[in-house]
Design a protein around this ligand. Structure first.
Ligand code: ZN
Length: 180
């Protein structure tokens, strides 16, 4: 069985299934062989979880037509919200572009051009806003420093909640695109 090991300062080992992937959260010092035997011991549980997730299937893939519709809607919805939050953050930006991409929700360039993924139209509006604020704050801080996140939270206090939504559900949205 394939799995990914994520080590941290935790004291105990735990198994997690996330979007079809088996993740072992392990203490830094735990030996690979110990991890392997831990996984082996819980293999039955893992297989059961994996097949349950497969059965639930997720949403159907998006057609080209669907993606075009999403992009059109994004072009209407996103620019006014960018304008609104740019004033809240206190930054000037250049151009807003909508993309259909499989890797990024948003990005910004040094020239102040902002890109957003049209799949955000399938997420709650709060998720879109949190991505917009994230990118706008990069116009002040081109990094993920504490100062950056302080700025994000000042402009959008519920940021972490909606960012977590995106971490949990974003993969499923992107998979609908990969079928094309
Ligand atoms: Zn960022």
């Amino acid at each position: 069985m394939q799995y990914r090991i994520v080590r941290s300062d935790r004291k105990t080992v735990a198994l997690q299934i996330h979007e079809g992937e088996v993740i072992v959260r392990a203490p830094r010092a735990m030996r690979e062989s110990e991890i392997a035997s831990f996984v082996k011991k819980h293999e039955g549980w893992v297989q059961k979880k994996l097949s349950a997730q497969e059965k639930s299937g997720g949403e159907p893939p998006l057609s080209n037509e669907d993606v075009r519709t999403l992009a059109d809607r994004a072009l209407e919805v996103i620019p006014p919200r960018v304008k609104h939050y740019a004033a809240v953050v206190g930054v000037h930006y250049n151009r807003v572009t909508i993309r259909n991409q499989k890797t990024k929700w948003g990005s910004c360039s040094g020239k102040g051009n902002l890109n957003f993924n049209c799949l955000l139209m399938l997420a709650p509006i709060e998720v879109l806003d949190s991505v917009i604020v994230h990118e706008l704050c990069h116009l002040k801080h081109m990094n993920h420093s504490k100062a950056f996140y302080d700025e994000v939270l000042r402009a959008y206090p519920a940021y972490h909640k909606w960012n977590r939504w995106l971490k949990e559900h974003g993969g499923a949205l992107i998979r609908r695109m990969t079928q094309r």
